[in-house]
Design a protein around this ligand. Structure first.
Ligand SMILES: Cc1cc2nc3c(=O)[nH]c(=O)nc-3n(C[C@H](O)[C@H](O)[C@H](O)COP(=O)(O)OP(=O)(O)OC[C@H]3O[C@@H](n4cnc5c(N)ncnc54)[C@H](O)[C@@H]3O)c2cc1C
Ligand code: SF4
Length: 463
């Protein structure tokens, strides 16, 4: 019988005052009975709006029904038909603007907790089952995938399932892309990402780390080595700066560097891990997206007393996931909204001692549809901080486009592709994820990886 409660079954979480001092996962996941109770809130709509709200079209009502029937492995297998990385998507997908935003139950009360149920099914499988290695019919043809973020991983997974000899080339020493180096442990435990990567390896995907394509090898070298097609999934890892005075002072980080030191190099466990990160007592994080929330919450966990989010628009315009804004507030992050930095101020030794800001008011909507912030005259003021973290966006790294002849790119650096096939201007070279769209989401990158794998298969079958 359907559970007509207007509220989602709550997911247990670590207490905010405890968790803001550790890097363990914030949300603890449903237990079996909670998941069944939540699954019973799904009324199995005929038109299934949730499915069309999901970029990879997970058969949501079908997997939820399996959970309601306590067939947890069946639920997992259903999700896996279309989503290679369910434990990750269940944790970091912006469900509130995708599947859950169109869920019928959301018209009156809260939508079904689709993300939490996806996470539950994936975690249940990880705890209770061994992945079966399917015997694959090999095609004997080699494909190269550059970058091991969600785009590259899902492309490689699908290609391996189709029997291609697939190798991922990754610049870092650890595969996973932003899932490993960007999103913090307390939101996405690295063990979970590692398990997903291991299951791809079991499918036969080879991963070569410390391989910076465009430096060590070029795309042309890969073709010379016998790879018949190449997928570029190199993401958008080049941090943007504001271009204001003082950004070169000691104590100013890009969010990328700050988070990479903490997540990938495990600076939170220094000196057990050799990379340190200096975090001051008062930290300003500039930006309003997921990256800004992650940097602010990480700074707090690293021991900062006061952490500010400095954002030039209002909370309504913040691009970060609602859940992350909520969690950040619970953990004591202070929001300075409608505030824009104009200068970083240093002391006589070149260390940050403050950030000068102006107040903003919202004017007419700009081309993004968001109301444009306008400076309020005479509102200059200084926030005393000793660390500034810039989290205002990233763009694609130009290394590959500048070393590959005939690979067309947008002015801002994104690789230009045919939207239907994801083929680039170079024959046999495909691209997807943040490298094409600019900074976006995990699920869109995964969707692009899958689409490219299908196009590569078609391209090679017709060759
Ligand atoms: C801190 C942070 C938090 C985020 N939070 C969320 C969230 O909560 N939900 C969400 O949906 N999205 C979130 N995102 C966005 C999401 O992570 C990205 O959209 C997604 O990871 C893009 O996937 P990708 O595979 O295109 O690229 P990436 O994940 O960036 O992976 C690209 C990989 O390519 C490698 N590479 C780059 N250049 C080369 C080269 N020349 N040779 C070889 N390898 C190379 C990189 O080292 C990297 O491993 C977040 C992003 C950040 C930075
Ligand atoms: S829209 Fe909501 S209630 Fe309807 S099938 Fe999807 S999850 Fe269930």
């Amino acid at each position: 019988m359907a559970n007509m409660s207007l509220k989602k079954v709550q997911m247990p979480e670590q207490d905010p005052n405890v968790r803001n001092k550790n890097f363990k996962e914030v949300a603890l996941g449903y237990e079996e009975n909670m998941a069944v109770e939540e699954a019973e809130r799904c009324i199995q709509c005929k038109n299934q709006p949730c499915v069309s709200g999901c970029p990879v079209h997970v058969q949501i009502p079908d997997f939820i029904k399996q959970i309601a029937n306590r067939n947890f492995e069946g639920a997992y297998q259903k999700i896996k038909e279309t989503n290679n990385l369910p434990a990750i998507c269940g944790r970091v997908c912006p469900q509130e603007s995708q599947c859950e935003s169109v869920c019928t139950r959301g018209k009156k009360g809260e939508p079904v907790a689709i993300g939490r149920l996806e996470r539950f099914a994936a975690d249940w499988h990880m705890r209770n089952k061994e992945d079966k290695v399917e015997a694959l019919k090999k095609t004997g043809r080699k494909v190269a995938v550059i970058g091991s973020g969600p785009a590259g991983l899902s492309c490689a997974g699908d290609l391996a399932k189709m029997g291609y000899d697939t190798t991922i080339f990754e610049a870092f020493h650890t595969p996973g892309g932003v899932l490993m180096y960007g999103i913090p442990e307390f939101r996405l435990p690295k063990e979970i990402v590692q398990k997903e990567i291991d299951s791809l390896k079991k499918l036969g995907v080879k991963i070569e780390t410390n391989m910076v394509i465009g430096k060590i090898l070029t795309i042309d070298d890969l073709f010379d080595m016998g790879y018949e097609a190449v997928f570029i999934g190199t993401g958008a890892g080049l941090p943007k700066f504001m271009g204001i005075p003082g950004e070169n002072l000691n104590g100013v980080y890009s969010a990328n560097e700050f988070l990479t030191r903490i997540n990938l190099m495990k600076a939170y466990d220094f000196p057990n891990h050799p990379t340190p990160v200096k975090v001051g007592k008062k930290v300003a994080v500039v930006g309003g997206g997921n990256v800004a929330m992650d940097a602010a919450r990480s700074a707090k966990r690293m021991g900062a007393d006061e952490v500010y989010i400095v954002y030039r628009r209002s909370e309504e315009e913040m691009p970060a996931r609602l859940e992350e804004i909520h969690h950040a507030k619970e953990e004591g992050i202070i929001f300075k909204l409608l505030t824009n930095p104009v200068r970083v101020i240093g002391d006589e030794n070149g260390n940050v001692k403050g950030i000068e800001c102006v107040n903003m008011v919202l004017g007419e909507p700009d081309e993004s549809g968001r109301r444009r912030p306008v400076t309020e005259k005479g509102s200059e003021h200084v926030i005393d901080v000793d660390t500034v973290i810039i989290a205002i966006g990233q763009s694609p790294n130009p290394l590959i486009t500048s070393t590959t002849e005939g690979l067309n790119k947008q002015k801002w650096g994104g690789i230009i592709v045919n939207e239907d096939t994801l083929e680039t201007s170079r024959k046999g070279v495909f691209a997807g994820g943040d490298a094409v769209t600019g900074a976006a989401t995990v699920i869109l990158a995964m969707g692009a990886g899958k689409k490219a794998a299908a196009s590569i298969h078609k391209f090679l079958s017709e060759k």
